[in-house]
Design a protein around this ligand. Structure first.
Ligand SMILES: Nc1nc2c(ncn2[C@@H]2O[C@H](COP(=O)(O)OP(=O)(O)OP(=O)(O)O)[C@@H](O)[C@H]2O)c(=O)[nH]1
Ligand SMILES: [Mg+2]
Length: 281
């Protein structure tokens, strides 16, 4: 089942909520998700595999082109689509563009109207009304991926759409992402959180080594000035990135580690096809 929607509507947060654990990184900056990630929600008698995707966008460079290609490919053979909208924003042309692409597949579409926390009932009703005009949907659920409101009901709805069949993944597995990529993503999540403007989009992370005691990773940026920003005065920024990423990395690996981050300039990495391939984008 593919998860579609504009950038930043909360697709990854919702996939995490549906899976009951952290599968994908989340940030308040658009274009956080760069590659397809399978989030796996296991139940006693079912296994829901959700393809968290980059947001729909007009490709600007090889990176965003790869990202949009990922989205297109994910629609090739899906059984159903979860279309995510943000109730906090106007449902507009961007959502209609995504909706057209989703509904033309001819598979059941479940709409999740996300971010309804702290919104007034009347406003939610109006947004639901607008959302319902996007296409011939199977079901529409107001949810908050953040507070978990409505998530259990949405999950039941999605599970009911599953065909009978065997589990594709072992029951204890919750994503298809290799551990090096998960570590790189956890570092990138903190780098996104702690930078702004054009810097987040210029950052990528490559893990060099995962050892018993040490994890080494390179934080790649495109220019010298971005490098200075990510390092920060006297190294404060990069230390903060490392300090906030380490606990989650330790949780993932199951043991304490020393996290060694190096900031490097890699000009135009977003156009480097070989690197994009190595990063799995
Ligand atoms: N208030 C509120 N904020 C939310 C909710 N769900 C997600 N967010 C916030 O919305 C922002 C974007 O969330 P993501 O899950 O990264 O969004 P996304 O759609 O995966 O974004 P891309 O991967 O960039 O396309 C983050 O700051 C989240 O904390 C929600 O239910 N309520
Ligand atoms: Mg995302």
């Amino acid at each position: 089942m593919a998860v579609a929607g504009r950038p930043n509507v909360g697709k990854s947060t919702l996939v995490n909520a549906l899976c009951g654990g952290k599968v994908a990184i989340v940030s308040d900056k658009p274009q956080t998700t760069r590659r397809r990630i399978f989030g796996i929600a296991n139940g006693d008698d079912h296994q829901l595999v959700l393809a968290d995707l980059p947001g729909f966008q007009r490709p600007l460079d090889p990176l965003t082109e790869h990202m949009q290609r990922t989205v297109d490919a994910a629609f090739e053979d899906v059984e159903a689509v979860l279309l995510v909208l943000s109730a906090r924003e106007r449902i507009g042309a961007g959502d209609r563009f995504v909706a057209r692409r989703v509904f033309e597949r001819g598979v059941p579409v479940v709409i999740a109207l996300n971010k309804v926390d702290r919104l007034k009932g009347g406003h939610i009703a109006t947004q639901m009304e607008t959302a319902s005009k996007l296409g011939d949907f199977h079901a529409l659920h107001p949810v908050s991926a953040k507070t978990g409101d409505g998530v259990a009901e949405l999950r039941e709805e999605l599970v009911a759409l599953l065909p009978e069949g065997p589990r594709y993944y072992p029951q204890e597995q919750s994503s298809d992402v290799p551990v090096e990529v998960q570590v790189a993503e956890l570092v990138r999540e903190q780098a996104l959180r702690l930078t702004k403007d054009e810097v987040p989009h210029a950052i990528t992370v490559e893990v060099e080594e995962i050892g018993d005691k040490v994890v080494r990773a390179d934080v790649l940026v495109e220019t010298d000035s971005q490098k200075q920003i990510v390092i920060g005065k006297g190294g404060t920024k990069i230390r903060e990135i490392g300090k906030s990423a380490r606990p989650e990395i330790e949780l993932l690996l199951g043991h304490p580690v020393f996290l060694e981050l190096r900031v490097k300039v890699k000009p135009r990495w977003r156009r480097d096809e070989a690197l994009l391939q190595r990063l799995g984008i």
